[in-house]
Design a protein around this ligand. Structure first.
Ligand code: NAD
Ligand code: WQD
Length: 340
């Protein structure tokens, strides 16, 4: 019988792609989501891709009793991937308590339920934001963490610590903490992708929405950074590659890896904002109207991953060419039926 995985936040951007990767790998996926930043349409998209509609439980993971009921029903799960969380950096500065309440309560409830029902493995969505503005590039997992620059980032730092403490106290539970760099792109089918509500904060959806005419022009935040071309540099990782890493992390634990292990998930290459705009134009043939705008407060000039640890230990590396990732993002943007 297929091994069962509980995926909190599975209707969201990374969660829906990971659900596809898990189903492709033969796992039985149970999605828990309160749909605060997603819709069930993504799960229909998953079904179009894999032929399987994952079981969906509409639950707010900050609701302990409701979370318990969902876990009780699936107490034979071999692992949990915990994506559920709010992720808008700026909003977290405005509404810190909402972020601490949502992101930490949901994590603590999930961990409590894992203990209660003896579910042995968790994969946690952490973020490169825990490195702040690093002194040395690329960043390895040993690079010292800087004080978080937002309540959102702080929930990731604290989330990692809570999990480490829990694993120390509970040797039967193992954890993998995955620090994502900048996830972009969509499933090659164009059936699932990133569908931000309102005006996008992130570069990739802003580019695709500008390309399709939903936004007048892209504002490029700063052209005078101390980088090769003056623009900010990031490590943009294809969401399907990222999804595969979750399967690799789960397998690693199921096959006996113990304790709490942390991995950077990036390509190992930095790309500037202007390089992204140019790459999108050549991948799609669509021109992006842009203007240079002031720097965005809180942006670090440059960050990219050393991802060799994940390659060595998990046998995982990112392999989707950027041009394919940009084409998938554009295909998704042009598929109105798949969105709300
Ligand atoms: P997303 O908003 O698309 O997905 C998160 C999902 O969690 C959504 O479906 C939302 O409805 C759900 N959710 C939120 N709070 C919930 C709660 N209390 N109970 C149940 N469901 C809840 O975001 P995403 O980009 O897929 O991110 C997934 C995870 O990865 C998040 O934890 C995020 O912080 C982390 N992360 C994302 C990025 C990124 O750039 N996308 C980078 C690093 C880390
Ligand atoms: C990328 C680059 C912007 C929008 C954020 C979070 C981080 C993580 C990933 C969750 C930057 C520039 C952007 C625009 C622009 N999320 N930009 N015009 O800031 O690297 O990371 O998402 O964990 O925590 O902070 O990603 O996509 O917002 O920006 O010029 O309209 O694009 O200045 O250099 P960021 P981003």
């Amino acid at each position: 019988m297929a091994q069962k995985i509980i995926v909190t936040g599975g209707a969201g951007y990374i969660g829906s792609h990971t659900t596809v990767a898990l189903q492709d790998a033969g796992f039985d996926v149970i999605v828990l989501d309160n749909l605060i930043n997603s819709s069930e349409k993504s799960l229909h998209g998953v079904e179009k891709i894999t032929g399987i509609h994952p079981e969906f439980i509409h639950v707010d993971c900050t609701d302990r009793d409701a979370t318990r009921n969902a876990f009780k029903k699936h107490s034979d799960a071999v692992g949990v991937i915990h994506f559920a969380g709010l992720k808008a950096v700026g909003e977290s500065v405005e509404k810190p308590l909402m972020y601490y309440r949502n992101n930490l309560d949901s994590l603590i409830n999930v961990l409590e339920m894992m203990r209660e029902f003896n579910i042995p493995n968790i994969v946690f969505s952490s973020s490169a934001t825990v490195y702040g503005n690093p002194d040395i590039l690329p960043v390895t997992e040993e690079t010292p963490l800087k004080p978080a620059q937002s309540p959102y980032g702080q929930t990731k730092v604290m989330g990692e610590e809570i999990i480490r403490d829990m694993v120390r106290a509970t040797p039967t539970i193992n954890a993998t903490l995955l620090r994502y760099f900048n996830p972009i792109g969509a499933h090659p089918s164009g059936q699932i992708g990133e569908n931000p509500r309102g005006i996008p904060n992130n570069l990739m959806p802003y580019i695709t929405q500008t390309a399709i005419g939903m936004r007048e022009q892209l504002s490029i935040f700063g052209d005078d950074y101390d980088t090769d071309d003056g623009f900010c540099v990031r490590d943009y990782i294809d969401v399907n590659d990222l999804a595969r890493a979750h399967v690799a992390a789960l397998r690693h634990m199921i096959n006996g890896a113990h304790g709490a292990n942390v991995f950077n998930l990036g390509t190992g290459h930095g790309v500037s904002v202007m390089e992204m705009v140019n790459a999108f134009e050549s991948a799609t043939g669509v021109k992006i109207k842009y203007k240079i705008a002031p720097r965005r407060p809180g942006d670090v000039p440059a960050i990219w991953a050393d991802a060799t640890h994940a390659k060595r230990v998990l046998g995982w590396s990112a392999n989707t060419p950027l041009v394919d990732t940009l084409a998938s993002a554009w295909r998704w943007q042009q598929n109105p039926d798949a969105k709300d």
